[in-house]
Design a binder for this molecule. Structure first.
Ligand SMILES: Nc1ncnc2c1ncn2[C@@H]1O[C@H](COP(=O)(O)OP(=O)(O)OP(=O)(O)O)[C@@H](O)[C@H]1O
Ligand code: SF4
Ligand SMILES: [Mg+2]
Length: 319
């Protein structure tokens, strides 16, 4: 069953100093996230990943489109229902240093969301200690301030703060990219364990393909405000169809020499164009080695080429 449905969501930002120019950060994205799955979103910097995450959580108002959470229109929620949504849908940010209030102790940081939602616990110290243990911390951290923790420990606190309300959905926006590689693996494993325990769905955002593959059941590849391919994680890595996905995947080491040889053939050219004035037709066309006339004029539709494997490219769509 789907937990989240996103239909043709767009988010445009005004450009300061110009009446007419807009940054098309997210420009027509449609997908759904199932219960208890991890849906990975991968793409270059600036392609709109964080904006999409914020729109889904109603931290930003979309310019157009719909978001449904458990079949309810998120944009129409108000009062108690909006509060319930805020409780069930959480976010963990990239940088634990700036996402935790430096003037609060860890105990206060974790208790804050409980207070906000009117949840009273009998013995806060005991309750929070038990939860700190779940994320690999302990009683000795209760009265520390964020600056007295390491980066990885801070991110454990941020994860616990998101989890304490038992959400059904968490957007994890590059949750390990600010951490050392050795700590990254620990946090990723912790996130996986917690998912098994609490059965939440994750939207896992990253520019790091290896990390996204490790975490995700399904993956969407994003390019300049749009999804260009959605597939099961294994299938995407074995058989990327969109030329951009092929280029992205070529950048990570592949154990299979046959696939590695085939992938070397395609090279990307040019810089990513600006989301202020994206190219007409297929946005990837100025960089695509397979570009055809139609690509410059018409936007390719997203088609399902195999069950559950979607791609937006004229090489696969009927003209
Ligand atoms: N509040 C804002 N006002 C104006 N433009 C914005 C705003 N937020 C994001 N943008 C622009 O929207 C585009 C998408 O930004 P976003 O942060 O969603 O990208 P991203 O994929 O998360 O990138 P990164 O990997 O660097 O985090 C970028 O061009 C960015 O400059
Ligand atoms: S639609 Fe055309 S330009 Fe775009 S990725 Fe496919 S072949 Fe390349
Ligand atoms: Mg981002």
């Amino acid at each position: 069953m789907s937990l989240i449905r996103v239909e043709n969501v767009k988010k445009y930002f005004k450009v300061r100093g110009s009446l007419f120019k807009k940054v098309k950060a997210v420009d027509g994205v449609t997908f759904m996230i199932k219960e208890a799955e991890t849906f990975g979103v991968v793409g270059e910097t600036g392609c709109g990943k964080s904006t999409l995450g914020r729109v889904i959580l109603r931290l930003l108002k979309p310019t157009a489109g719909k978001v449904y959470f458990m079949n309810k229109d998120v944009l129409k929620l108000s009062g108690e229902n909006l509060k319930k949504f805020r409780r069930m849908a959480q976010m963990v940010f990239q940088d634990p240093h700036s996402s935790l209030n430096p003037r609060m102790t860890i105990l206060e940081i974790i208790l804050e969301p409980l207070k906000e939602h009117g949840i009273v616990v009998d013995d806060p110290e005991k309750y929070i200690t038990e939860h700190l243990e779940i994320v690999g911390l302990g009683r000795e951290h209760l009265y520390r301030y964020p600056h007295e923790l390491s980066g990885g420990q801070k991110q454990r606190v941020a994860i616990l703060r998101a989890l304490i309300l038992r959400p059904k959905f968490i957007v994890l926006d590059e949750p390990t990219s600010a951490l050392d590689v050795s700590v990254q693996a620990q946090i990723l494993n912790l996130l996986k364990d917690l998912q098994k325990k609490f059965k939440a769905s994750y939207m896992f955002i990253s520019h790091d393909l290896a990390v996204v593959k490790f975490m995700s059941n399904r993956i969407a590849v994003m390019y300049l405000g749009k999804f260009v391919e959605i597939a099961n994680a294994d299938e995407l890595f074995e058989k990327p169809l969109h030329p951009y996905a092929q280029v992205l995947l070529a950048a990570i080491p592949i154990p299979n020499p046959k696939i590695a040889r085939e992938r070397k053939k395609i090279r990307i050219v040019g810089e990513p164009p600006s989301p202020i004035n994206p190219p007409p037709g297929c946005r990837f066309h100025p960089r695509c080695p397979y570009v055809m006339d139609i690509c410059k004029r018409e936007e390719p539709p997203m088609v399902e080429v195999e069950p559950g494997h979607y791609v937006a490219c004229w090489l696969y769509a009927r003209r």
